[in-house]
Design a binder for this molecule. Structure first.
Ligand SMILES: Cc1cc2nc3c(=O)[nH]c(=O)nc-3n(C[C@H](O)[C@H](O)[C@H](O)COP(=O)(O)O)c2cc1C
Length: 381
């Protein structure tokens, strides 16, 4: 029988499904609900020492729907928690009292000041939280105060801040990466050099959801205006997978003892399997919980177990990173394809020859009349 139980950075998780920081971990009552539903760990909503500076607006979400009506993209302009720090400390304690075995991770963010980072780490860990996630990645609102993604885009600052946290933290800590950068390995490497136990990727992607064609105002519209927000949900999964693959490749070759938590658009056990195949130790879900509720961890766990049973994998470690060796350069793909074609016996039937004729072999063969068919054939050929 395969098992989903896994140990990451010394944290014993019943399964790799972790609540990602955001509304699903925004107070004690919802965190306790997540543990009751069987989530492997909960990362609370990001907190800072002074919540009085956090002022949210409404509406702060905007959704992108597929033709079927399904929500596939989600933009938010929500800030970190607006709840006072002392309340959070009390709730962390009460959570550990009520769910001693539940793995509770505090997500923290502060300004670029050593004393502030040390204070937030020390006061949180006194409550008994099991680990930290450092939010270096919120793309809206906080960068105006040089926090969040403003820090995560600067490898030198990341390394320095992780160094401060490393000296204060008695618990593992993950640095949460922003996708709003060209080469995510660079800040990732800096955070690990600074001493982070692991990385989380990705936070939301800076976005504008759309423009209302009646009012001509951008959305989500607040008093007629907006500000670019963070994009999440299914639509971001391919970007998240690419970034997780790049970070996992870097971690394997340079920091093999560090961990990786993957997120961005995960809604099923099959999604989770893909992130783990690309090197994630754990998988986080945020928007998925807002779409389907806390109970979605059950079908996701069953789907992941079914995938493992199909391939005869006993543990998460049995397939973690299995797909990583199959990434190469474009030049190498060309070489491999030429080799295969050269070695192939040309015993094609007339029908096969006709089908092959539809596939564009060089850019001069594209035709205006056949354009859609030709485009389609290139995703199958
Ligand atoms: C409404 C909302 C609020 C969020 N708040 C936070 C936050 O406080 N801290 C944080 O690190 N990430 C926050 N995130 C980002 C998520 O944790 C996650 O990185 C991102 O949404 C991609 O994963 P998903 O597609 O599963 O939501 C928030 C996301 C959403 C949708």
């Amino acid at each position: 029988m395969p098992t989903l139980a896994t140990t990451v950075d010394g944290l014993k998780l019943p399964n790799p499904f972790v609540i990602g920081s955001g509304p699903p971990g925004t107070n004690l009552s919802v965190i306790q609900r997540a543990f009751r539903e069987g989530w492997g760990a909960v990362i609370a909503k990001t907190i800072s020492l002074d919540a009085s500076k956090v002022v949210n607006v409404t509406p702060r979400y905007a959704k992108l729907h597929a033709a079927s009506g399904e929500v596939i993209g989600w933009e938010n302009i929500e800030l970190i928690s607006d709840r006072p720090f002392h309340l959070w400390l009390d709730e962390f304690k009460r959570c550990k009292d009520s769910h001693a075995n539940g793995v509770l991770i505090a997500s923290i963010m502060e300004e670029y000041r050593k004393d502030a980072w040390i204070e937030i780490v020390e006061r949180c860990q006194d409550t008994g939280v099991d680990a930290f996630e450092l939010n270096f990645s919120c793309p809206h609102g906080l960068p105006e105060r040089k926090m969040g993604a403003a820090m995560g885009q600067d490898p030198d600052i990341l390394e320095e801040v992780c160094g401060w946290v490393k000296r204060a933290a008695k618990k593992p800590f993950w640095a949460k990466m922003t996708p709003n950068i060209t080469h995510i390995e660079e800040p990732g490497r800096a955070a690990l050099r600074g001493g982070a136990t692991g990385l989380s990727a990705i936070n939301t992607i800076r976005s504008v959801m759309g423009v209302n064609l009646d009012t001509l105002r951008p959305e989500p519209t607040v008093e007629g205006y907006t500000t670019p927000g963070g994009y999440s949900s299914r639509a971001v999964k391919p970007i998240a997978l690419r970034m997780v693959m790049e970070l996992a490749t870097m971690i394997r070759s340079e920091f093999p003892d560090r961990s990786l938590s993957g997120l961005g658009g995960i809604e099923s056990g099959e999604d989770a399997a893909q992130f783990i195949l690309l090197g994630a130790d754990t998988v986080q879900v945020c928007t998925g919980v807002m779409k389907f509720g806390y109970e979605c961890v059950k079908p996701m766990s069953e789907q992941l177990l079914a995938f493992m049973a199909k391939h005869k994998f006993e543990t998460i470690d049995d397939f973690k990173g299995r797909t990583l060796p199959y990434f190469t350069t474009h030049g190498d793909l060309v070489r491999r394809q030429m080799e295969r074609k050269a070695g192939q016996k040309l015993a094609a039937t007339a029908a096969a020859a006709t089908a092959a004729a539809k596939v564009v072999k060089s850019d001069g063969e594209w035709s205006g009349d056949e354009f859609v068919k030709q485009s389609d054939a290139l995703s199958r050929a």
